[in-house]
Design a protein around this ligand. Structure first.
Ligand SMILES: CC(C)(COP(=O)(O)OP(=O)(O)OC[C@H]1O[C@@H](n2cnc3c(N)ncnc32)[C@H](O)[C@@H]1OP(=O)(O)O)[C@@H](O)C(=O)NCCC(=O)NCCS
Length: 178
């Protein structure tokens, strides 16, 4: 399949699937996966996705809310699926979903999900550098793409990098509740 279209890239171009088996060193005293290790793997899966899309080195700029719904046990296998939702100027939003199962495939369950934001860095200057746009194809990709604007405004607002009066997408969302 042709992956680059009109200077943009398809979501499929940079998708990442990663598997890890939970070993004794990955667990807490109850024998379940430690949350911090899971966050590390989520960060790695998303970083690979962002670097593939941008064609550059990337750094994590922020991570949205992460909740842990299900304990993951020693010996379980987790699957991380990361995909880009939207690229802005120098930053990209990556969505990651985590599921877990026994190594045989038994007892499959969704574990958690999160949105990560990465910034691409120029190889020489190590400063933020522009990234190609994302071309959403499926209805799910299009929805993620549209909603990404609101999520971006919210996280920049919370980070103190955007003034409330400039959060146009959020304002139109709240106005629609009137
Ligand atoms: C992320 C970083 C490169 C941003 O640099 P900066 O000088 O603030 O650059 P800018 O203000 O030009 O912002 C660059 C992009 O980062 C985005 N950004 C900055 N802070 C952000 C935040 N808290 N959340 C989401 N995006 C953010 C901006 O929106 C901008 O995106 P855009 O170009 O698509 O609009 C810089 O803060 C950094 O290097 N942080 C450390 C990264 C790191 O080490 N990560 C691993 C942590 S353990």
């Amino acid at each position: 399949m042709e992956q680059k279209v009109d200077n943009g890239k398809l979501v499929a171009y940079s998708k990442v699937e990663m598997n890890e088996q939970i070993m004794p060193n990955d667990t807490n005293p109850m024998g379940n996966l430690m949350g911090g290790y899971l966050m590390r793997w989520m960060d790695i899966a998303c970083a690979i996705c962002a670097a593939r899309h941008s064609g550059n080195q990337v750094v994590t700029a922020s991570v949205d809310h992460i909740a842990f719904h299900e304990p993951i046990n020693l010996g379980d296998v987790i699957t991380l699926n990361a995909k880009i939702t939207r690229a802005f100027n120098t930053s990209m939003e990556i969505y990651v979903e985590v599921s877990a199962a026994e190594i045989t495939g038994a007892n499959p369950r969704q574990s958690n999900q999160a949105y990560f934001t990465f910034v691409a860095l120029d190889a020489k200057t190590k400063r933020p550098t522009p990234v190609p746009p994302v071309i959403p194809i499926t209805s799910e990709e299009k929805k993620q793409y549209e909603d990404a604007l609101r999520r971006r405004e919210l996280r920049l607002l919370l980070a103190g990098k955007l003034k409330a009066k400039n959060a146009a997408e959020l304002k139109s969302l709240f106005d629609s509740f009137d």
